[in-house]
Each structure stands twice: as structure tokens, then as C-alpha cells.
Design a protein around this ligand. Structure first.
Ligand code: F6P
Length: 543
């Protein structure tokens, strides 16, 4: 396992990168490209069906060498092996981290505490496939009068974002007789709007919760149980969880539960039974193709040398901007409408993993850790926030994700979409100088406003088509990028203690809201004031 005891900013490799960032000041991508005609070719990689061009980054081959040296000093390779072989690297929860076993299509044994986990994984996958086939053919539930036409997945965080994003991404593969929806928010509006046009008799709820205790999910699950009225729970509910006891207590038969394990983190659980709504949407065969895409990226990640390893390269570039060039956010910009929830999913994968400020030593970190992840599908983003990326004062590295072929080849839409993709990365890198503007006879007083400095870094990820395989590879790429960054920042990437306090306080406040007694409020003056106003406005509504 990598060495958590070495303070990252004390490493000579870290210091060398600080110097490198000084020498890179004032260097423009224009010069870097002009100096090396094969720059694009040299700074590109292919893996698992994805092509990555990272030449439009503020780096030289020397920068990359230094970044790779940093990865070596942090023993990234050792950490990768520790994860893949089931070491308990999630030390604050005393757990192994084995989402890679879920898509281990080579099926080689993966041991956790002396036991091969593959037979259990395969068993659940087989049960899921069998269930999906039965729902698709109308054989589930066994009652011939019931035909499931709508599936509503109730879950939140990792039990929602991953499957929802993947189901949306794979819409062209959907079974046409089944409609899949997602409810996550505890705001009743979400449940009400998603179920508004559904018939209980045709609806299947999947209650997806690793713990089966999450307030939002259990509240929505209870509303769903009320919503089906007198219909039998056994014909309209299944559960995905690690907590069989709570599932059975809720009233769902253990037979209708699909299990997973504590060594699967919520935000990394898409390939477990949490992927059931995706499998219901696209069928077992396409789901397995997605797993194969993940596996192809896993294999590349485990085997490729650091300097030609796609997740490692993305991670190191992120570290470069985050720690040495002062960037504090990272944009994810998919040029594919089917990936409209991709940035939202990556927000959890990245920010819940590396949004930490305690090093694995237990000491506060002295360096910046996880960036703010955000994004929207292009070209919508272009008409909203790209202005700031192009001409604002912030450095925002961005990943552009695009596909050569569309599922909807209508007119010239796809050519236009991708023309924007290519044009944006070109404009961001090379900009437009005052001289160029003057040569175009731009009025002198407008020149300062129209100048594009350029030198704004981007990665371009290009694949042929958004197939299940490609999607798996793409998600795996980002999962592993986040893993490598966690090792370099020396944080525990697989816990999420930071979400607990709010949950505990919300529990206490809920009791106060239910009691409605203003005099009992013992919070700070701001929280008390807000609660009083809330009580007063509610009373008005009730009157
Ligand atoms: O938000 C915290 C969190 O624990 C996430 O890590 C997790 O994905 C989500 O809640 C949902 O948890 P569960 O699947 O147990 O309902």
C-alpha cells in the first residue's frame, strides 16, 4: 500500500513540480504547439475504445515526467494492486474496496478474508438477469393479471445517480415495453410528479439502498407502499441492499431482494445489483457489455505503465492544475445529450471521494485536495457559462467528451454538435490575439473586450459511439482517475464522514418541527429565526 506517512509537500518530486510551475508561467499553448509538430500525436492515448488527446494542456514532456515521478513516489502502482487484490484500503471503515470485482469478466478469483467473492457476484448477476427476463416477458410477477410497464427506482446518492445516469446514457438500447423512472429527493414533489401518470397495478418499485436506513429513500419507499394501496407488496416491490434484515422488516420478501456487499462503495455500486434499473432498461446482454467496458478500462488501469495509463494521466493533469497552477474546479462537458446526468454522477464519485482535508496520517493536509466538479452537456453550456471559461479570471480545466457517430442521425445536427466540440477546444487553447483582431479591422476601443487569451486547458475524449461498452469504459476511467488522485493527495477516498453531521442535525430538527414548539428551540439565533418563521408560515397555511 502507498506510503501515507510522507507529507506530499515535503516530497522532492512535489518541490520539483513547484519549480516546474514557475518555469511554465508565461508559456502559451500556441508556443508549445509551434515548437513540436508531433505534439498532438505524442500527447494522446487510446484505451478500451476511448481516445484521449491531452495535448491541449499546459504541460511539456518534462512536466509529465515530473508528474509521473510524483505518482511513483506516492506508490500509485502499489495502491492499485492493494485495491484490486482486496486489501482493506478503506481503513476508516475497515473495508476492502472491490467494485472492480463486480465487473471482473475474466472471472479470476478475488479474495476477501480468504474467500473468493466471484461465485457470489456471479450468482447475483444471474438472479438479476433471470428477474429482468421474467419482467420483460411478463412472467414476473407470477400473477398473470399483472403486467409491469413502469419501473420506479427509489434511491439517493450512489443508489440513484449512477443507475440514473447510465440508464439515460443507454436510452437507445431500452426495452420499448418498459419505462424506467427515478425518485431520489425527499421533497414529495419528486415522488408525486414521477408517479402522477402511472397506474399502481402496472408499476414496480425498486427500493435501492445499501444501508436501507437512508431517510430520503425510506420516506419515499413508505409513500410508494401507501401509493399501491391494497395491492400486494410482493408483486410491486423489490429491494437492492446489503441489509436483508431491514428489507424484510419493511415487508419485502428476501426472495425479492438483490444483495451486494460492504466492500462496494455507494458511488461505485453501479455494477452491483444497484444497476438493476439499468438492466431492466437495456436487458442483461447490454448490461454485461457495459461491465465488459468497465473491465477493459480496469485491465488497462492495472496493467499499463503510469506514463501511458489513461486514468493516471487524467489524474496527474488534475493534480497539476489543482496543486501547482491554482485551479479549484474542473468542468465535465459531454457533447452528447444522452450523457446529461454524467457530470452529476461524477460530482458524487469525485467530490464525495476526495473532498477531504485529513491525510491518511490523521493530520490536516497542507495541500489542496479534490476540486469542484461541475458541468452540463454541450452545446447548452456554451450559451451559459463558457464565457467565464474563455475570458474569466479563473483557470478551469475542462474535459470534452464526444462521439463520432450519433444514434439520431437527423440532418446535420451531429456535424454541428461536433463542430462546436472541436471549435471550443481550439478557441480555448489558442484564443484570439489583439493583433488578429486588428487585422480583422476590429474597432480599436473594442479590441480589449474581444481578446481571447487562450491557454485554457482541455482534454478531449473521443469515442466512436456511446455503446454500453464505451459507457462502462468511460465511467471506469473517471473512477480510477479519482482513485489515483486520492492516493496522491493522501486521503481516504472511500469513506464519507462529512455527510453525517447534517443528517444527525436534521433528525433533531425534524423532532422540533413535529413538536412545533418555538420556545423549545435551542439553536443559534439564525437557525432559531428561520425555524420560527417556518413555523409561523406553516400555521398560516393550516389556518
Ligand atoms: O450521501 C451519503 C451516502 O451515504 C452516499 O455515500 C450513498 O451513496 C447515499 O448516502 C445513499 O446511501 P444508501 O444506498 O445506503 O441509501
Amino acid at each position: 500500500m502507498s506510503q501515507p506517512s510522507i507529507k506530499r509537500n515535503d516530497l522532492p518530486q512535489w518541490q520539483a513540480l513547484c519549480q516546474e510551475s514557475e518555469s511554465m508561467k508565461g508559456k502559451h499553448l500556441r508556443e508549445l504547439f509551434a515548437a513540436d509538430p508531433s505534439r498532438a500525436e505524442n500527447l494522446s492515448l487510446e484505451a478500451a475504445g476511448l481516445f484521449l488527446d491531452y495535448s491541449k494542456n499546459r504541460i511539456t514532456p518534462r512536466t509529465l515526467e515530473l508528474l509521473v515521478e510524483l505518482a511513483k513516489a506516492c506508490d500509485v502502482k502499489g495502491a492499485v494492486e492493494a485495491m484490486f487484490t482486496g486489501e482493506k484500503i478503506n481503513r476508516t471503515e475497515d473495508r476492502a474496496v472491490l467494485h472492480t470485482a463486480l465487473r471482473n469478466r475474466g472471472n479470476h478469483p478475488v479474495m476477501v478474508e480468504g474467500q473468493d467473492v466471484m461465485p457470489e457476484i456471479n450468482k447475483v448477476l444471474d438472479r438479476m438477469s433471470d428477474f429482468v427476463r421474467r419482467v420483460h416477458t411478463g412472467a414476473w410477477p407470477a400473477n398473470p393479471d399483472v403486467r409491469i410497464r413502469h419501473v420506479v427506482n427509489i434511491g439517493i446518492g450512489g443508489s440513484d445517480l449512477g443507475p440514473m445516469m447510465a440508464a439515460e446514457a443507454l436510452r437507445p438500447y431500452w426495452n420499448k415495453n418498459l419505462d424506467i423512472r427515478f425518485v431520489s429527493n425527499v421533497d414529495a414533489t419528486h415522488f408525486a410528479e414521477v408517479t402522477r401518470d402511472l397506474k399502481p397495478s402496472e408499476t414496480l418499485f425498486i427500493i435501492a439502498s445499501k444501508t436501507f436506513t437512508t431517510q430520503e429513500t425510506m420516506t419515499n419507499a413508505e409513500s410508494a407502499r401507501r401509493w399501491i394501496g391494497e395491492l400486494p407488496v410482493a408483486e410491486h416491490f423489490v429491494a437492492v441492499s446489503t441489509n436483508e434484515k431491514a428489507v424484510v422488516e419493511f415487508g419485502i420478501d428476501a426472495e425479492n431482494m438483490f444483495g451486494f456487499w460492504d466492500w462496494v462503495g455507494g458511488r461505485y455500486s453501479l455494477c452491483s445489483a444497484i444497476g438493476l434499473p439499468v438492466m431492466l432498461a437495456v436487458g442483461p446482454q447490454h448490461f454485461v457489455q457495459m461491465l465488459e467496458g468497465f473491465h477493459a478500462m480496469d485491465t488497462h488501469f492495472r496493467e499499463a505503465p503510469l506514463a501511458s495509463n489513461m486514468p493516471v494521466i487524467l489524474a496527474l493533469l488534475g493534480v497539476w492544475y489543482n496543486n501547482f497552477l491554482g485551479a479549484d474546479s474542473h468542468a465535465i462537458l459531454p457533447y452528447d445529450q444522452y450523457l446529461w446526468r454524467f457530470a452529476a454522477h461524477l460530482q458524487q464519485v469525485d467530490m464525495e471521494s476526495n473532498g477531504k482535508s485529513t491525510a491518511r496520517t490523521g493530520q490536516p493536509v497542507e495541500w489542496s485536495t479534490g476540486p469542484i466538479i461541475w458541468g452540463e452537456p454541450g452545446t447548452n453550456g456554451q450559451h451559459a457559462f463558457y464565457q467565464l471559461i474563455h475570458q474569466g479570471t479563473k483557470l478551469i480545466p475542462a474535459d470534452f467528451i464526444g462521439f463520432s457517430r450519433s444514434f439520431n442521425p437527423i440532418g446535420d445536427h451531429h456535424a454541428k454538435l461536433m463542430a462546436n466540440f472541436f471549435a471550443q477546444t481550439e478557441a480555448l487553447a489558442f484564443g484570439k490575439s489583439a493583433e488578429e483582431l486588428r487585422a480583422e479591422a476590429t474597432p480599436e476601443q473594442l479590441v480589449p473586450f474581444k481578446v481571447f487569451d487562450g491557454n485554457r486547458p482541455t482534454n478531449s475524449i473521443l469515442a466512436e459511439k456511446l455503446t454500453p461498452h464505451t459507457l462502462g469504459a468511460l465511467i471506469g476511467l473517471y473512477e480510477h482517475k479519482v482513485f489515483v488522485q486520492g492516493i496522491i493527495w493522501d486521503v481516504y477516498s472511500f469513506d464519507q464522514w462529512g455527510v453525517q453531521l447534517g443528517k444527525v442535525l436534521a433528525g433533531a430538527i425534524l423532532t422540533e418541527i413535529e413538536a412545533g414548539d418555538e420556545r423549545a428551540l435551542r439553536h443559534d439565533s439564525s437557525t432559531n429565526q428561520l425555524l420560527r418563521r417556518f413555523f409561523a408560515q406553516r400555521r398560516k397555511e393550516e389556518a
